[in-house]
Design a protein around this ligand. Structure first.
Ligand SMILES: [Zn+2]
Length: 319
């Protein structure tokens, strides 16, 4: 059996290329800047040279590889596998990534949306193992999701299933990056948490932590640090975001009756002043019978979920 898999995780700021085993052990990894996604040709060359050096470092031959899985932040057409829409990597839209990599490596290549790939990463290597119905959500700069139902990833007609960040929670609510108003992402992402703090400060809220910090420098990460030292404005912003996330999770529980919800992404790295209000909202809004059989937990794959998700694409395509 071909033992090795290449996983490529293409992000808005960096690209990670890893060589791993079918059991999800990452043997070696190369990470480099994606140049904000502008120089697609340069990135392809770096990907090609990374694969070659990973193979020689790990003393692997190309013939021992089962394939190359690629996770991309955007909408991937389920049949043509072309990147149709990617707000973070607009230069990659329409680029025939799959055929370019297949021609170069003469190996099977699978391309998938990054949150969908991460859900498969959980299914093959993480907390989704032997669970037929579960959801993976990444709560980071934005909010993405992947739905596994009856043991299979739900892609939808055009590859857009699982976009849980854009379910509407508030009619005419806060503006979202997608152009809509009132999306979950506009209330509960890391960017949204920073936004809650900025709005409070503009409205005159007093904070010792933020008083000498420019509004443009406030990030979700900074708010998390401020909450850790008990800054009230930061704590309130996190509680607000958590409350809406809980409402979103409850809607998903009522819709899909999952056995598990696995939460990953930067916001989930520190859940102080977040987990409790989130669970309170879940208990308020979820149908109790569906909630009883659902476990909400943090991802154990953490920062490797992108690489492992890309690798899982190959296993999933061979099942
Ligand atoms: Zn939206």
């Amino acid at each position: 059996m071909k033992q090795g898999i290449i996983g490529i995780d293409i992000g808005g700021t960096k690209i990670s290329v890893s060589l791993g085993t079918r059991k999800g052990k990452i043997l070696a990894k190369k990470v480099f800047s994606s140049g904000n996604g502008k120089r697609v040709k340069d990135s392809i060359e770096r990907i090609e040279s990374s694969v070659s050096s990973l193979l020689s470092e790990c003393r692997f031959k190309k013939q021992q590889l089962a394939g190359i899985g690629v996770a991309v932040p955007g909408v991937i057409h389920p049949h043509s596998q072309v990147i149709q829409k990617s707000p973070n990597l607009p230069s990659w839209e329409g680029f025939p990534l799959r055929s370019v990599l297949m021609r170069r490596f003469k190996l099977p290549v699978i391309i998938e949306n990054d949150a969908n790939a991460a859900a498969l990463g959980e299914q093959y290597f993480g907390s989704g193992r032997s669970v037929r119905d579960f959801l993976y959500l990444t709560v980071s700069t934005g909010i993405g999701g992947g739905i596994v139902a009856n043991g299979a990833l739900i892609r939808g007609e055009g590859g857009m299933a699982g976009e849980v960040g854009h379910m509407t929670l508030v009619k005419n609510g806060l503006r979202c990056h997608c152009g809509k108003r009132g999306c979950l992402e506009a209330y509960s992402s890391g960017t949204a948490i920073a936004g809650h703090v900025k709005r409070a400060l503009k409205a005159g809220a007093k904070s010792n932590y933020f008083k000498n910090i420019k509004l443009s420098k406030i990030t979700g990460q900074l708010v998390s640090e401020a909450a850790r030292v008990r800054d009230t404005v930061a704590i309130q912003a996190r509680r607000l975001a958590a409350d809406y996330l809980g409402m979103g999770l409850a809607n998903l529980i009522n819709l899909l009756n999952p056995k598990r919800i696995i939460l990953g992404g930067g916001v989930m790295e520190n859940v102080d002043h977040f987990w409790q209000p989130m669970m309170k909202a879940v208990r308020q809004e979820a149908w109790p019978m569906a909630l009883r059989s659902c476990r909400i937990m943090r991802s154990k794959l953490r920062k490797n979920v992108g690489d492992l998700g890309a690798m899982a694409l190959i296993l999933d395509s061979q099942k």
